[in-house]
Design a protein around this ligand. Structure first.
Ligand code: IDP
Length: 141
């Protein structure tokens, strides 16, 4: 059965700043997923309010939005069989300190002692989120 999906991936400002965009795209392509869209973007408060609506009111929400506005992000749409789950697995756990070696966050991330986990990447967590997030970042797709 084919289950080709699209997922919204962001290389967050820490990843772009540290020059890891290429390494992260390399890992996505090495896994076998296709890049359907790639664009260096500046997030806006409006985009982030929509993107992170589920986290509004949480203690890390303000610092998260501030962090995401601190520099450009690489917005990416990936495509492939079960790529939503597959990219979450490539990314690793939210906390880069405990993310498994071999994952993007586990190999390339660490705790910087800041109010928000600067964990390099975002990946949609369900088909519903992917459709919603692709609509936010790439309304023309
Ligand atoms: P995910 O990115 O692994 O899916 P979410 O729970 O959706 O994690 O959280 C969104 C983002 O908010 C995380 O990637 C991280 O940057 C930040 N975040 C989540 N939980 C915490 C926390 O407990 N402290 C600080 N930052 C957090």
């Amino acid at each position: 059965m084919t289950d080709v999906q699209r997922s919204l991936v962001l290389v967050k400002p820490d990843g772009v700043r540290r020059g890891l965009s290429g390494e992260i795209l390399r890992r996505i392509e090495a896994k076998g997923y296709t890049l359907a869209a790639v664009e260096l973007r500046s997030a806006t408060p409006e985009i982030l309010a929509a993107h992170y609506a589920e986290h509004e009111g949480k203690p890390f929400y303000g610092p998260l939005v501030e962090f995401m506005l601190s520099g450009p992000v690489l917005a990416v749409v990936i495509e492939g069989q079960r790529c939503i789950e597959g990219f979450r697995s490539l990314a690793g756990a939210t906390d880069p300190t405990v993310a498994a070696p071999g994952t993007i966050r586990g190999d390339l991330g660490r705790d910087w002692g800041l109010a928000v986990q600067q964990n390099l990447v975002h990946g949609s967590d369900s088909e519903e989120s992917a459709a919603r997030e692709i609509g936010i970042w790439f309304p023309a797709l």
